[in-house]
Design a protein around this ligand. Structure first.
Ligand code: ADP
Ligand code: ADP
Length: 222
């Protein structure tokens, strides 16, 4: 079933920079979609519009059945963990924002940390973790509420190549386990082919969808 639809979405900044023009995209449950394209083609803008962090200048973004709190998990390039809080308390954040006590969602937090292989680190602090581990905490935080859609904005771009490769494999495995729906922004052709079923190729000036490619599982999955 369809989760979300962008129809004729334009985004113009300051009345002059056309970041996106006429973007159409339909996201179906279980999709892993890469938004692929050069810097400045509007990938982050598209993601921020979907996240509701800004509004389109024209066009519409519609959630099937309306959007509810917790429907969205977001992973940015920087893990943005709270340094003063333990790993488990960091993963609690999306629930905390919805008024759920730590104790009430303890099991969900444990499960999310187990899914990213960090169940032994719930009481650790971010400074004790490697870059890859911090990124995994941030992924656990994005999926802890079982959101309908997870947005990832070049999540592994700042990591070294080996860690990045490991996390790409982990992400495939994670997806096979929990069947999440993901929009993944990248400018890596390799990453988009490796991870996704649908590659949305963006072109710049103005940012728009150039074409969409289906990936017919050329790599062993899961
Ligand atoms: P990408 O993520 O593909 O690199 P962006 O979505 O960040 O592209 O940017 C698309 C275009 O919109 C670029 O020309 C960028 O400079 C411009 N842009 C993005 N955010 C803003 C903003 N807040 N104010 C003005 N221009 C912006
Ligand atoms: P990552 O890819 O998560 O950054 P690294 O290979 O950089 O992992 O690991 C950094 C250190 O953290 C290594 O000493 C590694 O053994 C340890 N480490 C990483 N993940 C775990 C884990 N799930 N359990 C125990 N130790 C781990």
């Amino acid at each position: 079933p369809e989760i979300l639809r962008m129809a004729g979405v334009n985004k113009v900044f300051n009345g002059q920079t056309v970041a996106l023009q006429g973007m159409n995209l339909t996201v179906n449950e279980g999709d892993f979609i890469s938004l692929l394209g050069p810097s400045g083609c509007g990938k982050s803008t598209a993601l921020r519009l979907i996240a509701g962090l800004m509004h389109p200048t024209a066009g519409a973004i519609t959630w099937a059945g309306g959007q509810e709190a917790g429907d969205l998990g977001v992973v940015f390039q920087e893990p943005t963990l709270m340094p003063w809080a333990t790993v488990a308390h960091n993963v609690w954040l999306p629930y905390r924002l919805r008024g759920k006590s730590f104790v009430a969602v303890r099991d969900q937090i444990r499960l999310a940390l187990k899914l990213v292989g960090l169940e032994a680190f719930e009481d650790a602090y971010p400074r004790e973790l490697s870059g890859g581990m911090k990124m995994r905490v941030s992924i656990a935080r994005a999926l802890v509420t079982s959101p309908r859609l997870i947005l990832m904005d070049e999540p592994f771009a700042a990591l070294d190549e080996i860690t990045r490769h490991k996390l790409n494999n982990d992400l495939l495995e994670l997806r096979a386990k929990i069947g999440c729906t993901v929009i993944f922004v990248t400018h890596s052709v390799f990453e988009s082919v490796f991870l996704s079923d649908r590659i949305v190729v963006m072109a710049a000036r103005p940012g728009r969808v150039h074409r969409e490619l289906a990936v017919d599982a050329p790599y062993p999955r899961g």
